[in-house]
Design a protein around this ligand. Structure first.
Ligand SMILES: Nc1ncnc2c1ncn2[C@@H]1O[C@H](COP(=O)(O)OP(=O)(O)OP(=O)(O)O)[C@@H](O)[C@H]1O
Ligand SMILES: [Mg+2]
Length: 232
């Protein structure tokens, strides 16, 4: 479903030049739950932003459903972002002046849905995350875990096939983080393809596979090598 081939990405010029990605190749099958791990600055967020169509590549290819993502067309990129991916970040990024219903409804704006359809889709997402009773509350009135659940509801409200999460449990205490991880597991069971960047070994442990990134390259894609795991 997702394949990167030799992707490079550089920021800045001259002395400020940073090679964030130095030839990343990886693939993710539909229905996988994958963790991406690696030290701070190794290129994980850059990688996730590219997978989400939020950042272009300098060189290399991004194939989605075997079709090259066209980074040259803003229109195609916007369509890709809107239709295919839901994004979850560490600090939730909810709008403080909107209530939870309005926050979750945001991605549906400008898409031509009727008010009735929007209400249906938002309430469905809130139910799925078990926060339908918080629809009228404001983000500041929610706990961290509830805020992250609202952010996940916002990410899934359009029913994207892929969920990309950048340190989704990074701002949560251990128990709340585990609850959020459990939500990802359930969404994955229902068929979502999920890629989670995490520093938390416990979170990664619950993923089907761990991809290790180092200095902008894939050190280990977590796939079993030939012969590994096979009884002699
Ligand atoms: N917009 C940008 N402008 C300049 N440099 C950037 C930009 N974004 C990332 N970088 C640089 O690219 C490298 C990779 O950054 P990235 O954010 O992908 O790392 P990361 O693995 O997500 O780190 P962390 O675990 O701390 O979030 C870093 O050296 C960073 O300073
Ligand atoms: Mg990061």
């Amino acid at each position: 479903m997702i394949e990167l081939r030799d992707v490079c990405k550089t920021f800045g010029k001259k002395e400020a030049r940073v090679e964030a990605l130095r030839g990343i190749s990886l693939s993710v099958e539909e229905g996988e739950l994958v963790a991406i791990m690696g030290k701070s600055g190794s290129g994980k967020s850059t990688l996730l932003n590219i997978l989400g169509g939020m950042m272009s590549v300098d060189s290399g290819e991004y194939l989605y459903d075997d079709k090259a993502v066209n980074f040259k067309s803003q229109r195609e990129l916007t369509k890709f972002r809107r239709n295919e991916v839901g994004f979850v970040v560490q600090y939730f990024a909810l709008a403080d002046d909107l209530n939870i219903f309005q926050n979750v409804a945001l991605p549906l704006k400008y898409q031509g849905y009727s008010g009735k359809k929007i209400k249906e889709m938002v309430m469905q997402a809130l139910r799925e995350l078990e926060i339908e009773d918080k629809a009228k509350a404001y983000p500041s009135e929610l706990s961290g875990g509830q805020q992250q659940r609202a952010a996940i509801a916002r990410a899934i409200v359009k029913q994207p096939r892929v969920i990309l999460a950048d340190e989704p449990t990074g701002a949560l205490d251990e128990a709340t983080g585990e609850a959020v991880q459990e939500i990802f597991r359930k969404l994955n069971e229902k068929g979502k393809t999920i890629i989670i960047v995490t520093h938390d070994a416990k979170v990664a442990e619950h993923c089907g596979r761990i991809i290790y990134v180092k200095d902008g390259m894939v050190m280990d894609d977590g796939r079993k090598k030939k012969g590994e795991g096979v009884m002699a």
